[in-house]
Design a protein around this ligand. Structure first.
Ligand code: AMP
Length: 249
């Protein structure tokens, strides 16, 4: 049976905004980290996994985006600086991200478990996570690393079209809009993002590989890295990940 989408108030807005856990069916709490280059379909997989496992989708990018929307309510200097980094397309400094996650420790220790997405991104962040979980007597179950050949990622991302208005995404072959160039949801104009052009995609992927290789190595040594081939339909990739998780017990 699928689980209802989790209320992520405490994650998105901080521990002063508790989540509503009413009526939750108690299940095994999975503690999972997701890794995967842009374009491998990690977002879709996160949704499917959360539905099946009843975990919360804890994305650090989402926390920053929520903070950006709530900017008028007054941000800490560290958060203001973080949003500046984010806007320039840079990574936010480790201390800021780690502090932000530490403030949300309740989400990591939540009875629903978690699916961390976008954190950790560096070995320093991975070590901090290990320490935070250790203090709570928890360990990770697995680090799912979605893997797709570079040419496939280029094919997926360079076919992507984004709505100028509502930011919904389509794909010229895999998920075409009903009318070419027009968003199905709001009628806005669809365009190709600058960083979705094949040349930019290759540069982004190389940068991702460089920055993530040490992290994958860290988790591989810890015996936690589970490589999930990310070719095929979203359902096929999801079934593969579930099977791999089942094998780990
Ligand atoms: P994402 O949605 O995961 O791509 O994150 C969007 C942006 O938020 C990134 O480009 C970074 O600027 C920032 N960010 C999110 N998570 C982290 C992290 N773990 N470490 C550093 N920066 C992060």
């Amino acid at each position: 049976m699928t689980q209802p989408t989790r209320d992520r108030s405490a994650w998105l807005h901080g521990p002063q905004t508790p989540c509503n856990l009413e009526g939750l069916e108690k299940k095994r709490a999975y503690h999972i980290v997701l890794l995967g280059a842009p374009g491998v379909g990690k977002g879709t997989q996160a949704e499917l996994l959360c539905e099946a496992l009843g975990t919360c989708h804890l994305s650090t990018g989402d926390v920053f985006r929520a903070a950006k929307c709530a900017a008028s309510q007054g941000l800490t200097p560290a958060m203001e600086a973080a949003l500046g980094h984010m806007q320039r397309g840079e990574l936010v400094p480790d201390e800021t991200v780690i502090e932000m996650v530490r403030e949300r420790l309740g989400c990591l220790t939540c009875e629903c478990g978690f699916l961390l997405d976008g954190f950790p991104r560096t070995v320093a962040q991975a070590e901090a996570l290990e320490q935070m979980l250790g203090e709570a007597g928890l360990t990770l179950d697995a680090v799912l690393n979605y893997d797709l050949a570079i040419d496939k990622v280029v094919e997926r991302l360079s076919g992507r079209r984004t709505c100028r208005q509502c930011k919904s995404t389509f794909h010229v072959v895999m998920k075409p809009p009903a009318r070419e160039g027009v968003c199905d949801k709001c009628g806005g104009e669809l365009y190709q993002r600058e960083d979705d052009r094949p040349e930019s995609v290759r540069v982004r992927l190389e940068a991702y590989e460089r920055s993530t290789a040490p992290l994958a190595e860290f988790y591989s040594r810890a015996g936690l890295l589970v490589t999930v081939p990310a070719d095929g339909s979203p359902e096929e990739v999801f079934a593969r990940a579930m099977e791999l998780l089942k094998q780990r017990g």
